[in-house]
Design a protein around this ligand. Structure first.
Ligand code: COA
Length: 260
């Protein structure tokens, strides 16, 4: 399913989602956000897909932020609605996906672009990538979860430094502070994402879904993460994947998981 601004390719259980608005450095306007929501909604229930890789088109940008031209004349109520709708339909939606989402950051990931990468479960970056939350330079703050996710990923002090200065950091620095898991040359970015996806594909999709929800619960103050983990752990024991995984171990063979 391709849309006006998204290229989607599904191959060998991996969905490659590419934001494709290169003339605006893949900036997120309403249309792009709505298409991202539609694509992820369809991938959520697509049983042929077990891992998703999200990247940007071109060699310059992952996503250079929310579309500044679109919100320049918004009033406070419109601003609130923009953040709320975006968070619910895209950023939280991706974080709560039932399958892993890997951000392959191929260039600028600024503002909403970095927030999008942070909503993904794993981030890797090409060496030319540059990241930052420059919103305060525009007189606004990150509104797609940036003030919440960045401190959890890199710590409060580093997050505040990035948000208050609005400065961009290079990929190597992002790696040093734990914002991305790996930095590789641009030409190796997607192969590296594919190899990461491959490692995940060896494991039980059922357990992976439970693991994502459990880890997410540790960042959700409305939930007791330990209790979520106990429940999810127990739930796994009722799955076909658990029976298959343990039996395959005992039989000394590779497990053939169905995700059920
Ligand atoms: N919103 C809307 N349009 C954007 C955009 C954004 N966040 N980021 C880039 N664009 C557009 C530019 O306006 C330009 O469009 P034009 O050719 O019609 O004028 C096009 O994308 C190319 O960008 P340009 O600024 O010419 O590229 P550059 O290489 O000189 O600079 C950046 C690259 C990323 C440093 C610069 O585009 C930038 O600072 N973008 C905004 C980043 C930002 O503040 N994001 C947070 C938003 S909340």
């Amino acid at each position: 399913m391709n849309t006006a601004n998204i290229q989607l390719r599904i191959q060998d259980q991996v969905a490659w989602v590419q934001i494709d608005r290169p003339t605006k450095l893949n900036a997120l306007n309403k249309e792009v956000l709505s298409e991202i929501h539609q694509v992820f909604k369809s991938l959520k229930t697509n049983n042929t897909v077990r891992v998703i890789v999200l990247t940007g088109s071109g060699e310059k940008a992952f996503v250079a932020g929310a579309d500044i031209a679109e919100f320049a004349d918004f009033n406070p109520e419109e601003g609130k609605l923009l953040a709320k709708t975006g968070q619910e339909e895209v950023f939280n939606f991706i974080e709560q996906m039932n399958k892993p989402v890997i951000a392959a950051i191929n260039g600028f990931a600024l503002g909403g672009g970095l927030e999008l990468a942070m909503a993904c479960h794993i981030r890797i970056a090409s060496s030319n990538a540059r990241m930052g939350l420059p919103e305060t330079s525009l007189g606004v703050i990150p509104g797609y979860g940036g003030t919440q996710r960045l401190p959890k990923i890199v710590g409060k002090g580093r997050a505040l430094e990035l948000i208050l200065t609005g400065q961009m950091i290079p990929a190597d620095r992002a790696f040093e502070i734990g914002l991305v898991n790996k930095v590789i040359p641009l030409a190796e970015l997607l192969p590296s994402a594919a190899s990461l996806a491959q490692k995940i594909l060896n494991n039980s999709p059922f357990a992976i879904d439970q693991a994502i929800q459990s880890v997410n619960a540790s960042f959700d103050e409305t939930k007791n993460g330990f209790q979520v983990e106990i429940d999810a752990f127990g739930t796994c024991f009722g799955s076909d994947d658990f029976k298959e995984g343990t039996q395959a171990f005992l039989d000394k063979r590779k497990a053939n998981f169905t995700g059920n």
